[in-house]
Design a protein around this ligand. Structure first.
Ligand SMILES: Cc1ncc(COP(=O)(O)O)c(C=O)c1O
Length: 450
């Protein structure tokens, strides 16, 4: 597959003349505004800056543009939908594309994950999944099952539910007491035992047994659900130890606890399969998705529920609302059109299989950075990689931040960083040549911040 970008130099008037008003999310606002990193166009594997620089996208935007940028079938579908039906309410009314997309997603998901509830982001998807879990047990007459179990180093977005089950201290500490009744599994990363592993590390499956300890502490009659990312993405790409997810599933089954996979970044081909559930042969009870569902072109997220969970709600008089939850923009027509076109692109171009085929070459390339200054660990899985750098003397996060800035300004590459971990997650259309380019640029960046 070759792409011939036809990006045109853009009008300088597109540069904003006042950066003060936009309070940027998850950003170092003051540093950014001194030296902005603005992009004004995109195509395929690249962003374009106002000065006409082509910046290779090493992060698929924010882990979302899996089909690459500004893909014509997706653009046309959104344009057509905007002209045909701009908005339709999803409360008590709907439109055909919502049902078509739900059916396509259910068909893509493994097992009896058959029913799709739409939201608009990963955070909303997570909060929706947690609420479905709680309401499910109540619908089953087991309303004492209310505890939610997350995991250290987990990222589940920024809603109060998501930060409560999440395990990133900076995302939690400023926001009060969060949800009550939440406990956490330990994370699965141990550098001494796992450093420089490719794919799933050999060590660590036994950490799933910590769920038994939590059950012994609280009793299963109080626990509604466990939520984990199959591969923890935002805290630096932590693949699950071999056998870990299977063990978690078995313990959940034993104690009647719902298992939720947060597949917001692992969904839609990142690991070489439609969902991580397929790669690991583990069917969760609820699965969240977002990002790749529209390849980042329109906000959308959601939850796919196993049939028995959904069916537990479908009782009582038929005129009554079964789940008091939803968003004004659930199943928004533009997002649905984008989603359908995106799924077509994934299917027609075999992009999930392509990620699987490229996995070994990607791992070889990224692991080639071992030995560069400050590289403490490299992890790869599917088309995702995390490279841990030693922190600078002035404290954690500085070297990572400097790397992200240097990559963009000096090496024409967009990178994602989490603290001092550099993450690569290119669009799935990346060529082997572009993998080489990304890794070469990453190497130069690491040297630049040595
Ligand atoms: C696993 C996971 N869950 C939830 C989210 C939150 O998604 P959003 O930023 O769309 O709310 C993310 C975002 O990166 C994520 O990686």
């Amino acid at each position: 597959m070759t792409f011939q970008p036809t990006i045109h130099p853009l009008d300088a008037s597109l540069a904003p003349n006042d950066l003060a008003a936009f309070w940027m999310p998850f950003s170092a606002n003051r540093s950014f505004k001194q030296r902005p990193r603005l992009v004004v166009g995109a195509e395929g594997m690249h962003y374009l800056t106002g000065e006409g620089r082509r910046v290779i996208d090493g992060a698929a935007g924010l882990w979302c543009c899996n089909a690459g940028h500004c893909r014509e079938p997706i653009v046309k579908a959104i344009q057509g939908q905007a002209a045909r039906l701009d908005y339709a309410p999803s409360f008590q009314f709907s439109h055909p594309e919502a049902f078509t997309l739900a059916a396509r997603l259910a068909a893509l998901a493994p097992g009896d994950l058959d029913h799709v509830f739409f939201a608009n982001s990963g955070s909303e998807a997570v909060d929706t999944a947690l609420k479905i879990a709680l309401a499910y047990w109540q619908a089953r007459g087991r309303g004492s099952k209310t505890r939610l179990i997350g995991r250290e180093r987990g990222y589940h977005g920024v809603g109060f539910g998501g930060i409560s089950v999440g395990g990133i201290v900076t995302n939690r500490k400023a926001f009060g007491t969060l949800l009550t009744g939440v406990d956490h599994l330990p994370h699965t990363y141990d550098r001494d035992r796992q450093a420089f592993s490719r794919g799933e590390p050999d060590w660590g499956a036994h950490l799933a047994d910590e769920l038994e300890r939590i059950v012994a502490l609280h009793d299963a009659s109080t626990i509604a659900a466990v939520i984990v990312e199959p591969v923890a993405g935002s805290t630096g790409v932590l693949p699950p130890p071999k056998g870990y997810l299977q063990r978690l599933r078995a313990i959940c089954d034993k104690h009647d606890i719902l298992l939720i996979f947060d597949e917001v970044i692992t969904g839609f081909g990142r690991l070489g399969t439609a969902f991580a559930a397929e790669r690991y042969g583990v069917v969760p009870d609820l699965m969240t998705f977002a990002k790749g569902v529209t390849s980042g072109t329109a906000p959308m997220g959601g939850v796919i529920a196993r049939a028995p969970i959904h069916d537990a709600f479908m009782q009582g008089p038929e005129h009554t609302i079964e789940l008091f939850h939803g968003y004004t923009y659930s199943a928004h027509p533009l997002a649905c059109a984008a989603g359908l076109a995106t799924l077509d692109v994934y299917r027609d171009e075999g992009l999930f299989g392509r990620a699987a085929e490229l996995e070994a070459a990607f791992a070889d390339a990224v692991h080639g950075l071992k030995g560069l200054s400050n590289v403490l660990d490299i992890r790869t899985v599917g088309l995702a990689a995390g490279v841990d750098l030693a922190p600078k003397a002035e404290g954690p996060g500085r070297r990572g931040y400097d790397a992200m800035v240097a990559a963009f300004h000096d090496h024409d590459m967009m990178l994602r960083v989490a603290g001092d971990t550099l993450a690569l997650s290119p669009p799935l259309i990346v060529t082997e040549g572009q993998i080489g380019e990304l890794v070469e640029k990453l190497g130069k960046t690491i040297q630049a911040v040595a």
